[in-house]
Design a protein. Structure first.
Length: 257
């Protein structure tokens, strides 16, 4: 902690704030770029300094982030265009939907275990409750044709329970790492982002029992992540999806062109 020369108020360097908040200087700079947290002053040497008001604002940002709000939602709350309760209600709706899906998955696994132990016949609708990939059947067929959906459907149904769980965990981890990189302010052409793009490519190539992932397919999906809010939500919103799209474009230009 130091004292601001012109006012005598206490202030902290970006490194001190990052350490105290359990975050990184890179994340704090990203918050500034996103319009969430400006330093109270920038010294003649270019160093950022934060006063008590900044610390209170950062505390609120981290609280909202911990509750699952994306950066656009946090910005709306801080700007006063959306109150905290309203933003959290929207997030709560998503959490409740996810809880319902997980509860159905849990019950599905319990039913499968129980019937397997008793030697009873397994019913498909019970085994796959909560794992419904058919909800996008019509859309997939419209975008890529009936053969594309049929191939994906056969591949998914042909996986063992352990293989499905492993695939879902791999997918979850990849999404989580994309969001973390975007929040940290990684550049699309950075080593970190390009490693994620490589994993994204291999994840896509491994789907449906193995498939060709062309330049157009890869970059087209990146564009769809931004254009379709349902996909963008998986990457933390439009800003996160744009980061993924741009990183995928760089990867495609380097390796698929």
């Amino acid at each position: 902690m130091t004292t601001r020369p012109d006012t005598g108020t206490a202030e902290w360097s970006i490194q001190e704030v990052a350490k105290a908040a359990g975050t990184t200087s890179r994340t704090l700079r990203h918050y500034q770029d996103a319009g969430l947290l400006a330093p109270s002053r920038i010294g003649h040497n270019g160093y950022r300094y934060y006063d008590g008001g900044c610390l209170l604002r950062l505390q609120r940002i981290l609280l909202l982030r911990g509750l699952g709000l994306g950066l656009p939602g946090i910005a709306a709350v801080l700007a006063g265009s959306t109150d905290t309760a309203e933003a959290l209600r929207g997030h709560l709706d998503l959490l409740l939907q996810e809880r319902d899906r997980l509860e159905r998955q849990i019950e599905s696994v319990r039913t499968t275990i129980r019937k397997t132990e008793r030697g009873e016949e397994l019913m498909a609708e019970e085994m796959f409750n909560g794992f419904d990939h058919t909800q996008y059947k019509e859309e997939v067929e419209q975008r890529w044709g009936k053969d594309a959906y049929a191939k994906g459907d056969r591949w998914w149904r042909g996986l063992t329970e352990a293989e499905r769980s492993a695939w879902q965990e791999r997918s979850r981890r990849l999404l989580q790492d994309w969001v973390a990189a975007a929040d940290a302010g990684a550049a699309p052409d950075s080593e970190e982002a390009q490693e994620l793009a490589r994993r994204q490519f291999e994840w896509l190539a491994g789907a449906n029992g193995g498939q060709d992932v062309s330049y157009g397919y890869f970059t087209g999906l990146g564009g769809m992540y931004v254009a379709d809010p349902r996909f963008g939500a998986n990457y933390g919103g439009e800003a996160g999806a744009s980061f993924v799209r741009d990183a995928m474009q760089v990867y495609a230009d380097r390796h698929l062109a």
